[in-house]
Design a protein around this ligand. Structure first.
Ligand code: NDP
Length: 329
């Protein structure tokens, strides 16, 4: 028997239950991982709440963890029992002591990374990789806007931008978060509870505005993001922390200067092991060189049994950087 989080109805954090289950052997092409640290991602709240409902209920939750391979299914040669690994984009169920994962979602965890660092950085770092290196290739010296800059994805983005020599303007929800984003490498910050985003972006760029905005906040920042873009700028809408953007009038893009919009997801960028390897090599080398640090605050490391509280804290906007669930804690 093992323990995991599951839910039988979508809803608030209270639907998450800590239950016993009997792990089954990994199928062909799968590996079984004993999770040592589990990544909490904002998307997990969308799945739990029903914004992105699971295919069937009851369902497991979570798609990212780091741990040790304990069994492999037939046809698996890339990893073996005993290997330290990290995975992202698994089928739902990573909030568990043990999880079966398709081998193409699994990477070997470099020796200089702890399980906690792996689970805190993998999905979020792969996301920053595709956003800054592929969706739009950020150039040295380029100024751009990135919302929720002190969040899990955000603090990695600040550091990655600095490593690229780019100037990230980070929007955040408090002065304390502004400090954290600045410390991580943001060139400038905007506290969106106190300042007008588009006006501040215009001031910071001497009226030029920016060529790209990365927006994971969604509903509440959509207009400000479009207003921060220069002519033919790119709006990258990659999340819905404040609710989804709906009912868009395409004429707006014309009126605001022939803008472009994309709505990407990691699943559109990493679809096989070669793509995973390419992105994770860049991520791990930046972590290895010290350019990206992923320190998780002690109060954001929760016991697996405490997933309800972990979600409450994440959704209350009281976290910065990544949060983890730790089995056996
Ligand atoms: P975060 O740690 O960034 O937490 C979300 C943050 O969003 C909050 O801390 C808060 O920061 C900000 N926020 C703004 N408005 C609200 C609101 N109304 N309610 C709650 N939070 C709000 O989470 P993650 O790092 O896990 O993810 C960041 C975003 O990136 C999410 O939207 C997620 O869905 C998206 N994402 C998208 C991926 C993709 O491929 N499309 C992949 C990975 C993540 P503040 O207090 O500063 O406002």
């Amino acid at each position: 028997m093992a323990k995991r989080i599951q839910f039988s109805a979508t809803g608030g954090p209270e639907v998450l239950q800590y239950v016993d289950f009997t792990p089954v052997d990994p199928a062909a092409g799968e590996v079984q991982v004993e999770n040592k640290a589990i990544g909490i991602n904002y998307i997990d709240t969308y799945v739990r709440s029903g914004l992105y409902p699971p295919a069937k209920l009851p369902s497991g939750l979570g798609t990212e963890a780091a741990g040790v391979v304990i069994k492999v299914g037939t046809g698996v040669s890339a990893v073996k029992p005993g290997d330290r690994v990290v995975y992202a984009q698994s089928t739902l169920g990573a909030y568990s002591e043990v999880h079966n994962v398709a081998v193409e979602k699994v990477a070997l965890l470099p020796h200089n990374l702890s399980f906690e660092q792996g689970a805190a950085s993998f999905l979020k770092g792969l996301t920053v990789h595709y956003l800054l290196r592929q969706t739009h290739e950020v150039q040295p010296g380029e100024v751009f806007l990135f919302h929720a800059a002190a969040g899990g994805v955000g603090l990695i983005a600040c550091q990655w931008a600095k490593a690229l020599g780019a100037k990230l303007i980070g929007s955040v929800g408090s002065d304390e978060k502004a400090e954290l984003a600045k410390h991580a490498g943001a060139w400038a910050t905007i506290n969106y509870h106190k300042e007008d985003i588009a006006q501040r972006v215009a001031e910071l760029t001497q009226g030029e505005k920016v060529g790209v905005v990365y927006d994971s906040v969604g509903q509440s920042t959509w207009q400000a993001s479009l207003n921060s873009l220069k002519r033919r700028g790119l709006m990258v809408s990659f999340g819905n922390a404040s609710g989804p953007v709906t009912g868009v009038d395409l004429a707006l893009l014309n009126q605001k200067g022939s803008l472009y919009v994309t709505r990407p997801s990691l699943n559109g960028y990493i679809t096989n092991r070669a793509e995973l390897q390419y992105a994770s090599n860049e991520l791990f080398s930046l972590i290895g060189s010290g350019a990206i640090k992923v320190d998780v605050k002690e109060e954001q490391k929760f016991a697996l049994a405490d997933a309800q509280r972990a979600h409450q804290v994440l959704e209350s906007r009281n976290t910065s950087g990544s949060s983890l669930l730790i089995p056996g804690r």
